[in-house]
Design a binder for this molecule. Structure first.
Ligand SMILES: NC(=O)C1=CN([C@@H]2O[C@H](COP(=O)(O)OP(=O)(O)OC[C@H]3O[C@@H](n4cnc5c(N)ncnc54)[C@H](O)[C@@H]3O)[C@@H](O)[C@H]2O)C=CC1
Ligand SMILES: CC(=O)C(C)=O
Length: 262
């Protein structure tokens, strides 16, 4: 069994955007947080900020490339060795480039699938290995998207990965329930992060317009009339990471301000 006094969460893509907000929210909820990112500089900044707000050893930064299976295994082991336990993994890291359907290349397809889908597979495997070693179940939380609910123009590759992540979530939920492990996904709408600003900029550029125009193309049908803050998403992930969601598995929680109605 593990020996941490607080629960422990491992969060990928935690150096900025939604992952940073999830790190902050789970630290607020009382978790130790492994702030894992390809960019060690931003991960270190986030961990430093959490330690200064919530106390020493609340968080540690970890460098990881989620597309590298062995690297993910090692990164999760590093977090468990440091904190002594693991209860939650949030497979949040993702890439979201525009990929025009007629012209995207093999390399673009491979890169996005390796990070978004591969990173989710390897995060699941690493978490299960640790949960089993620690002798308890746990929670696996995967980042899908509203673009994994409906097709978004220009996002053929990204959208494919986000639909795939919902499928992986349902399958893993069935495979892992006997081990006391729940697996759920979250599906944000249009969230004000560097990723979304990049997509909006490119959409605008291709139409000879600016980023603001590009953003409007994605955000004009939001029922609540505003874009999402990263903290809106983090609040729902807090629910998925906590005991209130214990009787929930294989689900995809849609947090999109009413863009997609099922
Ligand atoms: N921003 C949005 O509107 C939406 C985002 N999402 C999903 O939420 C997740 C987070 O998105 P954002 O915060 O917007 O993205 P972002 O691009 O702002 O941040 C992503 C983070 O992941 C890290 N990262 C990228 N590749 C990595 C790799 N191979 N290994 C480890 N870390 C890596 C980056 O360094 C960065 O810190 C993604 O999975 C995205 O698809 C879903 C729906 C909407
Ligand atoms: C970036 C993203 O997930 C969108 C447009 O839904």
């Amino acid at each position: 069994m593990g020996n941490a006094t607080k629960k422990v969460a491992f969060i990928t893509g935690a150096g900025q955007g939604i992952g940073e907000a999830i790190s902050y929210r789970l630290a607020t909820d009382g978790f130790h947080v492994a702030v894992a990112d390809f960019n060690l500089e931003t991960a270190t900044e986030v961990a430093k900020a959490l330690n200064s707000k919530f106390g020493d050893n609340t968080a540690i930064p970890i460098k990881v490339d989620v597309s590298d299976r062995e690297g993910v295994m090692q990164a999760v082991d590093e977090a468990v060795a440091h904190f002594g336990d693991l209860h939650v993994i949030v497979n949040n890291a993702g890439l979201g480039p525009q990929t025009p359907i007629e012209t995207f290349t093999y390399d673009e397809y491979r890169k996005v699938y390796d990070v978004n889908v591969g990173g989710t597979y390897w995060g699941i495997q690493a978490a299960v290995k640790s949960f089993k070693k620690l002798g308890h179940g746990g929670k696996i939380i995967n980042a899908s998207s509203q673009a994994g609910q409906v097709g978004n123009p220009g996002l053929a590759v990204y959208g494919g990965t986000k639909f795939a992540i919902r499928g992986i979530t349902q399958t893993a939920a069935k495979d892992l329930a006997p081990l006391g492990i729940t697996v759920n996904a979250f599906c944000p709408g249009i969230v004000k992060t560097p990723m979304m600003m990049g997509i909006a900029e490119q959409t605008g550029k291709e139409a000879g317009k600016d980023t603001e125009w590009g953003l409007k193309q994605f955000s004009q049908n939001i029922t609540l009339g505003r874009l999402s803050e990263p903290s809106d998403v983090a609040a729902c992930v807090s629910y998925l990471a906590g005991s209130d969601s214990d009787y929930m598995t294989g689900q995809a929680l849609i947090i999109d301000g009413g863009m997609v109605f099922n």
